[in-house]
Design a protein around this ligand. Structure first.
Ligand SMILES: Nc1ncnc2c1ncn2[C@@H]1O[C@H](COP(=O)(O)OP(=O)(O)OP(=O)(O)O)[C@@H](O)[C@H]1O
Length: 214
């Protein structure tokens, strides 16, 4: 089912509720229209950034509310919804036995808009070239994160969710990350949600969502 909405809205959140058992709600009737460009999901440690990204990715179920990504409803078409959104858990061990190349292939599977040239630029910017044939478990925490970030920023999916993307990155890679985000948002119809406990000054923000949600 498609939603009638302006094409600039990439992610529509309506009346979303989420709480872990016996804990205060992280979202209690949250609505938002996330459009093109960079949206900062800003909040302190433990304010719910990672959880809300998982909910937006369609990987963690909210107790109520509706989500649409690029006009596709999560409840009506969950697989199609997830194909609109790129989200890779930074600490995931799911890819441990795969090589960096195989992991990237998996993250880009079914993504007709995946941009190999952009991925190669990120491999250079993140100094990943010597690691491409290594298995993921052999990589440092920072390099593992770079593999996910390179796949995210080369992805053709309209919505990309990044959880604390600068965490564990060296200065050169951080520079490469922001330049790649700039290239991405220069293209129409692309939204990047960055969850962070730091303000962002490196790229212009389309919007900022502050946690806890009011
Ligand atoms: N699986 C879980 N079960 C129960 N509570 C959880 C679970 N995961 C997270 N929490 C709690 O939910 C709250 C939000 O956690 P979350 O990891 O989403 O916050 P965050 O803003 O991403 O934090 P950080 O900046 O440290 O990554 C915290 O109080 C956390 O302890």
């Amino acid at each position: 089912m498609s939603l009638s909405m302006t094409s600039s809205v990439s992610l529509q959140v309506r009346d979303l509720h989420f709480s872990y058992p016996d804990q205060p709600a992280l979202a209690d009737g949250w609505s938002a229209s996330i459009g093109e460009g960079v949206t900062l999901l800003y909040g302190d440690t433990g304010s719910g950034k990672s959880t809300l990204l998982r909910v937006l990715a369609g990987m963690q179920q909210a107790s109520a509310g509706q989500l649409h990504a690029a006009g596709v409803a999560l409840d009506a078409e969950p697989e199609a919804y997830r194909r609109q959104v790129f989200f890779c858990e930074p600490a995931s061990e799911a890819f441990d036995q795969l090589s960096v190349r195989a992991c990237t292939d998996l993250l880009g599977a079914g993504d007709a808009g995946f941009d190999p040239a952009e991925w190669q630029r990120l491999v250079e910017a993140f100094s990943l070239a010597p690691h491409l044939e290594k298995q993921m478990f052999m990589l440092s925490t920072g390099s593992r994160r770079k593999v996910g970030l390179a796949a995210a920023l080369a992805s053709g999916r309209p919505v990309v969710l990044l959880d604390d993307p600068v965490g564990a990155l060296d200065a050169r890679s951080i520079h490469g990350l922001w330049r790649a985000i700039e290239r991405r948002i220069a293209q129409p119809g692309r939204a990047v949600v960055v969850a962070s406990s730091e303000r962002i000054t490196e790229v212009p923000l389309a919007a900022c969502i502050e946690l806890p949600l009011g």
